[in-house]
Design a protein. Structure first.
Length: 334
């Protein structure tokens, strides 16, 4: 062990998968608990970064630099130099902020032989304020449903950074090895973030129809959880599609429809493809996900490309395996 000021390792590399956000359980202030998100961890795209000892907090990307400064201050260590080898697209619905923040936290903490205490420290970094899926994905991977926040505590406005706890995990399942997620990222404007996201979320929560939450609860309890427990890929896909559609009805006024443009066109095209079982928008988008398996992998990938072409947009198409483990850490000891 060190005193927290002397590096214990020459370098620490952390790798974390992206996360897909299927939707929230409740956005209405009329119900007892608010938010309660569910999603899944994918093997790629992913974050991979390395921290090395330094006298100051620096990094080679804007996002990593911001979190490196905050992490060094939080841990009371002199500094670190973080280099990012792989990154998630920012504000695309893949959890880039949370996965990068927690990867930096873990790498710098291990560099100084400190415990990262990811779940405890995530709020200080501004993560886990509404959805706990990103934190849980970093910790253990797989499919995650979190328990949300007490409505009287959180209300429509998010508390200040650090003034909350990450929602506890209500259910977590290992996803079958032969499942695949088609991840389509159109070349489109980034999803909501920062003050714009805060304003949109407040507007949605203040006007959300509580009856939609009752329907969402039925989808989660009677369709989604049984399907993931049984490893039934087609039933799971159908359930996440319905969950996303219901969530989209809450957000329609803020994002220009049940799915934001041009996501709606991509979803519409993929919905008719026999190679996938369910299609939706991850978080604020523009990432579109679809559920499939290894037997339909090639056809699903081609369906993703056709959907982009039909929507008239360029973009990236990835066929990702589930990631059923949390972030990996590799030390280069002194």
């Amino acid at each position: 062990m060190t005193d927290g000021h002397t590096p214990a390792r020459d370098a620490v590399t952390v790798t974390a998968g992206g996360r897909l956000h299927f939707g929230f359980g409740n956005l209405s202030l009329a119900h007892e608990r608010l938010y309660g998100a569910c999603g899944a961890t994918v093997a790629e795209p992913r974050v991979r970064l390395t921290a090395r000892p330094a006298e100051e907090a620096t990094a080679d990307t804007e996002t990593a630099a911001r979190y490196t400064e905050r992490v060094c201050e939080t841990l009371a260590v002199p500094g670190a130099r973080v280099s990012v080898a792989e990154s998630l697209p920012r504000h695309a619905g893949l959890g880039s902020g949370t996965q990068t923040a927690l990867a930096v936290l873990t790498a710098v903490a291990r560099l100084y032989a400190l415990e990262p205490r990811v779940r405890e420290r995530a709020p200080t970094l501004g993560r886990g304020g509404r959805s706990g899926v990103g934190v849980a994905a970093f910790e253990r991977g797989g499919f995650v449903l979190d328990a949300g926040h007490p409505t009287e505590r959180f209300t429509a406005a998010r508390p200040a950074d650090g003034d909350w706890t990450v929602p506890p995990v209500a259910a977590r399942h290992t996803l079958p090895e032969d499942w695949r997620f088609l991840v389509v990222v159109p070349d489109a404007a980034p999803g909501r973030s920062g003050d714009g996201e805060e304003a949109s979320m407040r507007s949605v929560v203040e006007s959300a129809d509580p009856a939609v939450a009752d329907r969402v609860a039925g989808v989660i309890a009677r369709r989604l959880l049984p399907a993931v427990a049984a490893g039934a890929v087609d039933r799971f896909g159908a359930a996440v599609r319905e969950l996303g559609r219901l969530n989209g009805s809450w957000f329609a006024d803020e994002q220009g429809g049940v799915y934001r443009p041009p996501v709606g066109d991509v979803v519409s095209e993929l919905a008719d493809a026999t190679a996938v079982s369910g299609v939706g928008q991850s978080s604020w988008g523009p990432t579109v996900y679809a559920v499939t398996d290894t037997a339909r992998a090639d056809a699903a990938r081609e369906a993703g490309r056709r959907a982009l072409d039909a929507a008239g947009v360029a973009g990236d198409v990835t066929l990702a395996a589930p990631r059923n483990d949390g972030a990996t850490v590799v030390d280069d000891a002194v």
